[in-house]
Design a protein around this ligand. Structure first.
Ligand code: ADP
Ligand code: MG
Length: 589
């Protein structure tokens, strides 16, 4: 029934002489509404009731990237939103497809990425009476608490409004995930083509500028000016805002040391002399005034309190005074007192702050910057020593030393990163040189974003992608190697293979034949997965071979999977978040 073509407009009853009215339908209106609003790429997975929609999208010039699992398509859409400031679109079938996409939609919302999950759904009347339809599920109700906004369109003439509202909700204010429910019956609904066209909305000013109040800007500047040990923290909201030149100017003109959160790395090159990354554990407790730009005081910043910040106990305030630049007015005071909230879009806020920084701005005292430099130099030297080692089997560090050089030589490449130890070590070892080049596990610290992010990064930017994956993390989305080969994307996956979760040497304590729940097949040949689909697979055990394999992948731009065998005893449990493990946390307390 869904595949029934739109009936020709002239049917019995029409007066012979009348011109044939031209009709359109729900399928077409969805496509036209998206195209009208500059959407050019759809990440999804076809099936009932959206199969024809994907066909017709492609026919009409949209790029449809078809995945093997909706969660990966959803993650792709979410990061496409982060990279482009346009909502990333994920299209799924009903019930299970919708639920698979929902994880990514929630992820988008939590990370403040604009995304729209469009799912087909079953017949409303049957779902509401719970009469047992094909893939029956009240999707709208389920999506609502997990995203920023959720809408359902029942009539073809409302598609324009539905898409416009979804776009506005996704990108305006604090960006986030939006669910758009399109019941199967909507797609073949016919309507007059001219009326259909007139019903569509081209969204004007979807993410309106939000100019900060002058008194809020002054309050922030006064506090910052009076600081003895100021610090700026840049978060992924700052990276999202695409206000790169002004952010850099603000940091450089004030001379204040800064810390980039992981997806803000490269906003200024990590080698910048004002970067305090290598002295993080020194600057957080020492700083007296901290300006957060697009970064939240969540768990990634120890909620702004506790020992990380120099507090006496794990819950106490370290004495820092905070300025927070954020688009969300309710973000301030969520963990500690924010003395100077600056509410607005980061572009406008940074511009306004910059206007108050002139040649008379008091540069931070040499005592502060000097002390930071001393720590940095010491830590960098220590790191260089570790990186220079060449143990056999490879360590995370000796392998990542290669990745560090390759990224330095290819600063435009996109770096995808997930895992536990593979994440922590990469974040601290591999310097980034340009904005929005590092995309990773984000606010939740999740596994599973890898291949979805890699595919979207390649599709959206056209750049070479390097994905540094833990062997466990890769497993969540590894089947998408087929997608990478199918679309022939320039993705080079490097698996830091230590045979397990965290490490690969755990044993079953009972001595039974089942392996430990934390280990995988020993010496798994992941590279053969890529070969199975026509890509390039490499199995490497030395830094020299890893380097050669990565260089070849980048030179040829072919889909490549490098299985980098590293010491199975190399990782620590949970990487750097060991303290979040209940047993470890209990021991500590
Ligand atoms: P990180 O994890 O890098 O610290 P977060 O995701 O915690 O970053 O914080 C990002 C913050 O940036 C959120 O509070 C969000 O409201 C804010 N934000 C996102 N986009 C913008 C924007 N364009 N202008 C202002 N603030 C923004
Ligand atoms: Mg591992």
């Amino acid at each position: 029934m869904l595949d029934t073509p739109v009936k020709p407009a002239t049917e019995a009853g029409a007066p012979a002489a009348a011109p044939a009215p031209v009709e359109t339908d729900g399928f077409q209106l969805v496509i036209d509404a998206l195209k009208l609003n500059g959407i050019d790429t759809i990440f999804g997975l076809p099936g009932i009731p959206v199969t024809d929609l994907t066909r017709r999208m492609q026919k009409d010039g949209l790029r449809v990237i078809s995945f093997r699992h909706e969660q990966n398509a959803g993650y792709a859409a979410s990061i496409a939103g982060f990279l482009t400031q346009k909502p990333g679109i994920c299209l799924t079938v009903s019930a299970p497809g919708f639920l698979n996409g929902l994880t990514a939609l929630t992820h988008a919302t939590v990370n403040c990425f604009p995304m729209i999950l469009i799912s087909g759904s079953s017949e409303r009347e049957i779902v509401d009476l719970q009469q047992g339809d094909y893939e029956e599920l009240d999707q709208l109700a389920i999506a609502k608490p997990l995203c920023k906004a959720a809408f359902r369109v029942l009539h073809a003439e409302d598609i324009g409004v539905g898409v416009a509202r979804a776009i506005r909700a996704a990108v305006s204010g604090r960006p986030g995930g939006v669910y758009l429910d399109l019941p199967a019956k909507l797609f073949p609904q016919a309507m007059d083509a001219a009326a259909g066209k007139a019903s569509l909305i081209k969204v004007v000013d979807a993410a309106p500028k939000q100019i900060p109040a002058p008194e809020a800007v002054k309050r922030a500047l006064d506090l910052l000016k009076g600081a003895k040990k100021p610090l700026i923290i840049l978060g992924k909201g700052a990276a999202y805002a695409q206000a790169d030149a002004d952010i850099r100017a603000l940091v450089e003109k004030t001379g204040i040391p800064y810390l980039p959160m992981s997806m803000a790395k490269g906003l200024l090159p990590d080698t910048h002399e004002q970067s305090a990354s290598a002295a993080r554990s020194y600057v957080l407790p020492e700083a007296d005034v901290v300006m957060l730009i697009g970064a939240r005081l969540n768990w990634l910043l120890s909620q702004g309190k506790g020992k990380t910040w120099g507090g006496a106990t794990s819950k106490s305030w370290g004495g820092q005074r905070f300025i927070q630049v954020d688009i969300s007015p309710t973000e301030a005071d969520s963990n500690v007192r924010i003395e100077a909230p600056v509410v607005g879009d980061i572009g406008s806020c940074v511009k306004a702050l910059l206007a108050g920084v002139d040649a008379s701005w008091p540069k931070p005292a040499a005592e502060w910057t000097g002390a930071i430099k001393e720590r940095k130099d010491k830590n960098v030297a220590k790191m260089a020593e570790t990186l220079a080692k060449n143990p056999s089997p490879m360590s995370f560090q000796s392998a990542l030393n290669v990745v560090r050089d390759i990224v330095k030589a290819n600063p435009d490449a996109m770096l995808v990163n997930e895992g536990a130890n593979a994440l922590d070590f990469t974040r601290s070892i591999v310097d980034m040189y340009k904005p929005r080049k590092r995309i990773d596990v984000g606010t939740w610290g999740i596994m599973g974003i890898g291949m979805g992010y890699a595919i979207a990064a390649a599709a959206v930017t056209g750049q070479q992608v390097i994905a540094i994956e833990g062997d466990s993390a890769f497993g969540f989305s590894g089947m998408e190697t087929e997608t990478i080969c199918r679309y022939d994307l320039p993705v080079c996956i490097v698996i830091m293979n230590n045979n397990g979760v965290y490490r690969g040497d755990e044993k079953n304590p009972t001595g039974g034949s089942d392996p430990s729940p934390l280990v995988f097949v020993k010496d798994a040949r992941y590279e053969k997965m890529m070969e199975a689909f026509g890509g390039v697979g490499k199995h490497v055990t030395t830094p020299a071979d890893l380097r050669a394999a990565m260089e070849e992948a980048i030179r040829t731009r072919r889909p490549t999977l490098i299985n980098a065998v590293i010491d199975e005893g190399g990782g620590t449990e949970s990487g750097r978040i060991t303290s979040l493990n209940p047993t470890a946390a209990k021991k500590k307390a």
